[in-house]
Design a protein around this ligand. Structure first.
Ligand SMILES: Cc1cc2nc3c(=O)[nH]c(=O)nc-3n(C[C@H](O)[C@H](O)[C@H](O)COP(=O)(O)OP(=O)(O)OC[C@H]3O[C@@H](n4cnc5c(N)ncnc54)[C@H](O)[C@@H]3O)c2cc1C
Length: 460
């Protein structure tokens, strides 16, 4: 019996869909955000329920196939799809149920951030997600989660309070106070190593008025602008979040992209009114700002501010969490911005307030002592450009190494060739050993290995 026929046999046993190479939808189904990823799984299962996920995992184990898991399909490293594997693609599981009285939300494992925000915001509530609505809740949460509410509400993973997980042997377990708290700790930043999360439960926070937008500064004033941004981020109240990106030729003021000279865009979000924000933003107002779009906004408007990056472009991302954005880092970043080929850019994200504090019951995420996450994001279309673009990003990352907190970058922006050393460094020895013990108890055969992999501890 061929693998196609065997996988086809799953069709009758689950409520969801099964796609094999002979099916017309196979090529679309195996494609993900990053067009450099071109892998051919044996089959793709799209479960509708946790019971379907259990059936798919058991089938893969019986058939001796490794399992890749797809949430929103945005992993630049391409973890959502693997050659000769069973892909469990959660895109049909996007239900979101809000409990406004308890300020909690239950989210199925394949939901996107736009699903969550649309459901919670009518109640005046949000959990801190990413800044692009079409990224998956699954990968983003399990790897950390950096978004505009981080100063007051922490990382996304800090707000994960419970999860339903299908483990490598096909059983369903609960992570959290009514289940395994150690598993909850591991899911808060330890990646997709421990099983398939069929339902996440998050704490919600009240979101009031917001004042947000971009300040665009010519690249030749970027040193001064980044010095001002880092001084402000170090002292700012928790309500202020600052991200930066450049070079950009998009002034975010409605003018045509490419119309402006190279710019550094500072993305600012303040949880409050313009009157409260403006005195705090005074150091940025002193910069030679050529365009600005700061305005009162709803949370949904802030979440739409970055727009959408389409699937099908080529990507290679890499960076470091840095201790400080000191003059050496700024020099290196501005020089890299000067060498970038648009739309590739350097992204800077300030970690402030609650994001730098361990949540109750802890989290596996290991980079909180950093002040900034700095990453080179190469984005291009033509395969002939691969070497140049990848070389530019590696150079950005090399230039940050001496300022790196731990020798590692943000796991959620990892490149396709992320090394085991950088994965380990991202957690530090103690957290990594703890994750390895957890892995050994939930996935001793490393069935879930298409991720930033934590190898199971070897029992003595
Ligand atoms: C355009 C874009 C914008 C981004 N913006 C942000 C941002 O603002 N903040 C931020 O922190 N990150 C951001 N990221 C990075 C993002 O967090 C990662 O790309 C993340 O992997 C996306 O999750 P996903 O579910 O879409 O990915 P997928 O590729 O579907 O999944 C990646 C991996 O996560 C695991 N996984 C996913 N879902 C589950 C599940 N339910 N159970 C178990 N394992 C699962 C699996 O190991 C899977 O292979 C962005 C990425 C892109 C491409």
């Amino acid at each position: 019996m061929t693998m196609d026929v065997a996988a086809g046999g799953l069709r009758g046993t689950i409520a969801g869909e099964v796609i094999v190479p002979a099916d017309s939808g196979y090529d679309e189904a195996r494609s993900t955000f990053n067009a450099t990823i071109d892998r051919r799984p044996h089959a793709i299962v799209r479960p509708r329920t946790a019971a379907d996920v259990v059936a798919a995992v058991r089938w893969a184990r019986d058939t001796d196939l490794p399992i890749a898991v797809r949430g929103g399909g945005h992993s630049v490293a391409g973890h959502a799809v693997a050659d000769a594997a069973l892909v469990i693609d959660l895109r049909l599981m996007r239900k979101v149920v809000v409990d406004p009285a308890r300020k909690q939300v239950r989210v199925q494992g394949g939901a996107l951030w736009e699903d969550v925000d649309r459901a919670t915001i009518p109640h005046g509530l949000a959990t801190p997600g990413g800044t692009f609505g079409d990224t998956g809740v699954g990968g983003l949460t399990l790897g950390g989660g950096i978004g505009v509410l981080l100063g007051t509400a922490g990382l996304t993973c800090d707000n994960l309070i419970r999860a339903e997980v299908v483990t490598a042997n096909g059983s369903v377990v609960i992570a959290g106070a009514d289940g395994d708290l150690e598993l909850l700790w591991g899911l808060r930043g330890g990646g997709g190593n421990f099983g398939i999360v069929t339902e996440f439960e998050f704490a919600l926070h009240r979101v009031g008025p917001l004042y947000a937008g971009y300040l665009s500064i010519p690249l030749d004033a970027a040193h001064e602008a980044l010095r001002a941004a880092t001084a402000l981020a170090n002292d700012a109240p928790r309500e202020l979040t600052i991200f930066g990106g450049g070079p950009s030729t998009d002034a975010h003021d409605g003018s045509e992209a490419g119309a402006s000279p190279a710019l550094l865009n500072l993305g600012v979000t303040y949880q409050g009114t313009p009157d409260q924000a403006e005195p705090i933003l005074r150091p940025l107002r002193a910069l030679p700002v050529v365009h600005e779009s700061l305005a009162p906004m709803t949370y949904l408007e802030v979440q739409a501010m970055s727009g959408i990056l389409p699937f099908g472009l080529r990507h290679y991302w890499k960076g470091h969490f840095v201790r400080e954005l000191d003059d050496g880092v700024i020099d290196s970043v501005v020089a890299a911005m000067g060498r970038a080929a648009a739309p590739s850019f350097v992204l800077l994200e300030a970690l402030t307030g609650a994001a730098r504090e361990e949540p109750v019951d802890g989290a596996a995420f290991g980079q909180r002592a950093a002040r900034w996450n700095v990453s080179g994001l190469a984005i291009w279309e033509d395969q002939a450009e691969d070497e140049r673009q990848i070389g530019w990003v590696r150079n950005v990352a090399d230039g940050l190494r001496s300022a790196s907190l731990s020798g590692a970058g943000y796991g959620n922006y990892a490149p396709v060739d992320e090394t085991p050393d950088r994965v380990r460094a991202a957690f530090g020895a103690e957290r990594f050993d703890r994750l390895r013990r957890l892995k050994a108890s939930y996935d001793p055969d490393n069935v879930f290995r298409f991720n930033l992999n934590v190898p199971p501890a070897i029992s003595s």
